[in-house]
Design a protein around this ligand. Structure first.
Ligand code: ADP
Ligand code: MG
Length: 560
């Protein structure tokens, strides 16, 4: 849909200045629709997904109204389902009101010292952002008066209902004047929500950002069909190869979150968990350490992570396939925000989950590509490359003189520099108990599982193997389906089998023994690789030169 610049919205100078300070230029689709409507005073029901900028969509018009009226007292009430969301919304409002000194927002939520909140409310606040329980506390203590409220906003209304705040909303609204503007935002619409809107809203206008705009086009989505028992290894390998930190991993249960957190910690990853059973203080702590970059992997349930805005997530993992298609969009919407492309990995186990995955693809109108867990060779190669890069960077950029002296001392004692480096490398690569080397046995397990699911192609493959077997016999895993890869270089370019083995092994990290029958023709060559490695091998070779010549690699097709 068409969006507009904030400068086209006729906003007041201080708000426009604040928006410039934050750096927003274009209004998001929901903001484009909501801001003019809300400024006209209408009641509005807004539906759009997490991360689409709903806070500013309701906060900007509310602030404009405050500026226009110039009245004192609490005039805007925003209800949020969780403390994190209240804090986050309050923070955004604080930024937006930076240049209007007399407008002060307050976040009012449970778990924080109530006397402090009382003092804050007493000192003069115009915008209250809070969770229902604590707001009712203050209403009872008469430390919060709602009789001047002109705008009431329900943020994440669906979540508020699912957390059982239905009656609290009712209680709070009895104290808010009837003459008011009411705004409701929700990621989903349900009969319960519609009932709320009937009770508290007057002739509301419904705005909705259609699905296509709010998903996932910018996100590269992959799935892996693996047994449950392999998920931890799979997650580790994907983390090692893609290095997407910070990453978010979603599980369906609190128990799974706890188990996975300790498993990943044991493997040496810096991971923390987030779920509803945790004390508020612990949750805040986890969120803060994750935001500040001290934690690489946040493992969470849907509810705990719902609506929390964290930007710059490198990848989202659906460790468990989400129980609801909407959750899928919520979850992966956290990666690739603000125009950056993101990564989403989904683990599925068994045919029932495959069917669910197909449901997700239909619902999101997106393609989720089947992929294979990186092999142990690839993982090792990635670790090696990263290590080499770090070493080079350190040599180039850091003052190593003290350390060089230490090495020289050791060298005087007869230990060679290579031995010293190797010992350090070993401890580096195995630090924190991280499995020293991913095991090839697991490669077979990953592979074996996939092949059972793919019986037809396996049988086809076996037929092919029997034919090939007569001529080849060397290399290759007998139980592993392979595909033939074509490259545009042959004997006329001086290519020999060892060049192919060497290049593939060096460039892709695929161990030589996985490279099957090689055939060198005059103008091209072909060789077999395990099916699950083919995409990676082709991609890598296409960026490589063999014997100084640019490679054109693709799947071999007899017709060419
Ligand atoms: P929602 O409530 O829909 O989940 P938020 O209001 O939390 O979304 O906003 C999500 C993120 O998008 C925040 O980091 C916010 O700063 C950013 N954002 C909001 N509006 C804009 C905009 N117009 N341009 C760029 N970024 C924006
Ligand atoms: Mg929000």
């Amino acid at each position: 849909m068409h969006t507009i610049l904030f400068s086209e919205l006729g906003l007041s100078a201080p708000v426009m200045q604040a928006i410039d300070d934050i750096g927003y230029e274009e209004a998001t689709p929901i903001q484009t629709k909501a801001i003019p409507l809300l400024m006209s005073g209408r009641d509005v029901i807004g539906q759009s997904q997490t991360g689409t900028g709903k806070t500013a969509a309701f906060a900007i018009p509310a602030i404009e109204r405050l500026i226009a009226d110039g009245d004192r007292g609490v005039q805007v009430l925003i209800l949020c389902p969780t403390r994190e969301l209240a804090m986050q919304a309050c923070e955004e409002i604080r930024k937006l009101t930076r240049h209007v000194e007399w407008i002060r927002p307050a976040a009012i939520y449970g778990g924080q010292d109530i006397d402090r909140q009382v003092r804050q409310l007493h000192s003069g606040v115009q915008i209250v952002v809070g969770t229902p329980g604590r707001i009712m506390d203050h209403m009872r203590r008469r430390t919060l008066r709602l009789d001047k409220v002109k705008i009431a906003i329900l943020d994440e209304a669906d979540e508020m209902l699912s957390m059982g705040f239905r009656d609290d909303i009712e209680t709070i609204f009895t104290d808010v004047p009837q003459q008011r503007q009411t705004v409701l935002f929700s990621a989903t619409m349900s009969p319960e929500i519609m009932e709320i809107t009937k009770l508290y809203m007057t002739d509301p206008e419904i705005i909705r950002v259609v699905r296509k705009e709010l998903t996932v086009e910018e996100i590269d989505q992959y799935y892996y069909n693996i047994p449950h028992s392999h998920k931890i290894e799979a997650l580790s390998r994907l983390m090692d190869v893609y290095h997407p930190e910070p990453a978010m991993v979603f599980c369906n249960t609190k128990k799974q979150v706890d188990e996975l957190v300790s498993a990943m910690q044991q493997r040496g990853y810096v991971a923390e968990g987030l779920h509803g059973d945790m004390k508020q203080q612990a949750r805040d702590h986890v969120m803060n350490t994750f935001r500040s970059g001290k934690v690489d992997i946040l493992i969470a349930t849907d509810v705990a992570a719902r609506g929390i805005d964290i930007s710059g997530i490198g990848a989202v993992f659906n460790y468990d396939i989400p129980q609801d298609v909407e959750y899928y969009v919520h979850r992966i919407g956290r990666t690739g925000r603000a125009g950056k492309s993101g990564l989403a990995f989904t683990f599925v186990t068994g045919s029932r989950e495959m069917a669910e995955l197909r449901g997700i693809m239909n619902y999101t109108h997106s393609e989720i590509t089947k992929s294979s867990i990186p092999t142990s060779a690839q993982v090792m190669e990635c670790r090696r490359l990263r290590f080499a890069r770090n070493v080079c960077a350190a040599v180039e950029n850091e003052d190593l003189s003290d350390y060089m002296e230490m090495v020289e001392q050791l060298a005087d004692e007869g230990i060679s520099a290579v031995e010293i480096a190797a010992a350090l490398l070993k401890s580096e690569m195995t630090s924190g108990g991280k499995a020293a080397m991913p095991s090839e046995a697991d490669d077979f397990a990953f592979a074996g599982h996939e092949y059972r699911r793919d019986r037809d192609s396996r049988r086809q493959d076996e037929r092919k193997k029997r034919c090939d077997g007569r001529r080849s016999g060397r290399r290759g895993r007998s139980d592993c389906p392979t595909v033939k890869i074509y490259i545009n270089l042959g004997s006329s370019a001086g290519v020999l089998p060892k060049h192919i083995v060497g290049t593939v092994a060096n460039e892709t990290g695929l161990a030589g023994k996985f490279i099957g029958r090689i055939e060198i023709n005059e103008r091209y060559s072909t060789f077999d690789v395990p099916q699950e490695a083919a995409g990676m091998v082709i991609d890598t070779l296409n960026k490589t030169r063999v014997m100084g010549r640019r490679v054109n690699a693709r799947l071999f097709n007899e017709q060419y």
